[in-house]
Design a protein around this ligand. Sequence first.
Ligand code: GLN
Length: 501
Amino acid sequence: MTSAAADLIRQSASVLAAAISEGEVSSVEVTKAHLARIAAVDERVHAFLQVTSKAALESAQAIDEKRKSGATLGVLAGVPIAVKDVLTMRGVPTTCGSKILEGWRPPYDATVVSRLRAADLVILGKTNMDEFAMGSSTEHSAYGPTHNPWDLERIPGGSGGGSAAALAAFETPLSIGTDTGGSIRQPAAVTGTVGVKPTYGGVSRYGLVALASSLDQAGPCARSVMDAALLHSVIAGHDPRDSTSINAPVPDVVAAANRGDIRGLRIGLVKELSGEGYQAGVLQRFNESVELLQGLGAEVVEVSCPHFDYALGAYYLILPSEASSNLARFDGMRYGLRVGDNGSNSVEQVMSLSREAGFGAEVKRRIMLGTYALSSGYYDAYYGQAQKVRTLITRDFNAAFEKADVLISPTAPTTAFKIGEKVDDPLAMYLNDIATIPVNLAGNCAMSLPVGLSPADGLPVGLQIMAPPMADDRLYLVGSALESALTDRWGHLLIQEVPNL
Ligand code: GLN
């Protein structure tokens, strides 16, 4: 790679967008630099399932021509982006990391994808993920795991490990993830990147293949808070095609990311989300960040959310219940893989053989759990109870937000673990999301941003900021303030430290 191209891949999306709009560099040059980087490193990282080079270069060319014609361009015009393979893109294979969808080419774009196109971003391809977004390591992808660029023997988090690893490996300056229980935030934490789960209903779910419809939310992934804010502003907003989409103005996240003044802001430390079960190195970086926030003039208070202790249990009833129902449509008849269609098998046999061959072990486990929790006689005891716990968690948040404007916690209890370490232990895997799940259950919004490297192992640590529904701007206000305090302290942005691949 030439040094000019090496320089381009290390720039933020905001810097690239400004350079492209000034005509200092073309979108084609920026896109080529990223495609070259993908070609050079993705064999080792495996962040991508599909690289749509030809289409990417064509759209970059079209954007460059549009600029030359003097037409108005979007804020991130000409900047490359990668999209998690759970969002549909017209004509491009969409697998959700599963064999059951192999060969399926959706006939339509997800709303998030059409908004990226409308804002003149350049889509580089689709990123790897745990099958149907179930997992915290990307090891449950039917297409092999993604590797963490900080240490290729470690997981990049999940389910959106591909979107996070692609950022950390400088294969793309921006990506899209989805978060049902932490799949944007936990990968962000373990790769030293920024990830935001917007308020439920803030970003359209149209064209997002459903895992658990009442929890799923797509959101921005980036290497800086400002880049995430710009991307958030592009994808958020009402969509009549999603009945759960909120019909209200999108909070001004870009202005909030620019403001950075948190004097007098009340920040709540959630007692239940730190301490036991969290690595010492994670807590050390977290506590230092709390001091930095205080130094910036914020008022830090401790809050208690007693029902958070039951969040994991409630989530692992609600999620499998919804997933078992959502995944019923993958029956070998309508999409992708079909097995045993030999003229003598019955329809039921073909369905059963297709599902047997097409789904991996974790997906089957959750379908069984969900089907059981919803079965007559058990429905009230499991699903019904879990819904009650969900209400209690929402009330805990409401009470905490009376005392604090935002809440904070470590994003994940540990730094990136080794590939293979937890894959055979579902409970150990589920525990990664202990701090991220409450937000999904309540429908709030949250951000994870990097706050340093753990002194124990030199791997990135993430801090989570949580805000009430439709107060997404507060995430960016606090996130940008903390990010600049951390940058002042170290003299550079953390992500520049990623070892050379
Ligand atoms: N790790 C969680 C799970 O396996 C989160 C998944 C997600 O957010 N998509 O369910």
